[in-house]
Design a protein around this ligand. Sequence first.
Ligand code: PEP
Ligand code: MG
Length: 320
Amino acid sequence: RKQQLLTLKDLPTETLDGHGISLLANVGNLNEVSHLTDVSAEGIGLFRTEFMLMNTSVLPDEKTQYHLYCDALHLMEGRTFTLRTLDVGADKELPCLGTLIEDNPALGLRGIRYSLAHPELFKTQVSAILRAANHGSVRLMFPMINQIEELEQLLSYVEECKAKLIEEEKGFGELSYGIVVETPAAVLNLESMLPLLDFISIGTNDLTQYTMAADRSNPLLTKEYPSLSPAVLNLIQTTIDIAKENHITVSLCGELASDPNVAPLLVGMGIDELSVNLGSILEVKSALRDISYQTCLTLAKQALKIKRIEELKRYIYSRP
Ligand code: PEP
Ligand code: MG
């Protein structure tokens, strides 16, 4: 099977009737970046930068981070490169930042909230990324955004970083900006934020957690935290529709995209890009190359009518 999948490596990601889709990778370190070529990934749709910093006891300074991002960018050779700013808190603890004691960490100071509470940390990372972008194009993505004020504040920090780099006569490149849509509030507020954005990426891991009010890492809640549910599917469709109306690229980087049974459904719902685990790239490509876009559209139309989780699963997983 593995050999068979490898024959797809250099073939385009498109349906039987030629509907193309960008198939990108989720990565968390330089080693994974160096393996993109093994599966001919078109680029990176999600670089979880906090993963790279999980084994260090002190947070790397701007210069060290700059070199890390440059090394990654160099390996990319011009392919899509999407960095997510530090997403710490809750399930992603960074030893170098110490442990936060909160009653409800998943509802606490996490993702961009942590960055807004520690602007120097955010600005250090952004300056390093801006400087790295002098050597190739970078898409920058903010996690856990709910609200336009948060986005405006972050973008003003980015402007501050640029002004400082100009003052210091250090070169930098322009970035494209996106958010991870991973809370119901982000979906409901999306329209207001799109004018400030170049792309969005749907983070279904957290979108499921916050829609179902079920801790994504609690093993007692597998039923309450389903991989696929009518509520989340509807939020995904709403997000895609809003993005399409506003001519903004819409990606999906949650685990859902790595499931070869689900990927055709997402394509039928109108997704432009899928960002999946490295190990799933060829499986997902194979599933998409084996189906027509017409069938994807039918799948989406039917799936969105289903109201029961079990029925939805049966429909998606028991297809011939
Ligand atoms: C998500 O929440 O779906 C996502 C892609 O990010 P993470 O799993 O890193 O929270
Ligand atoms: Mg997330």
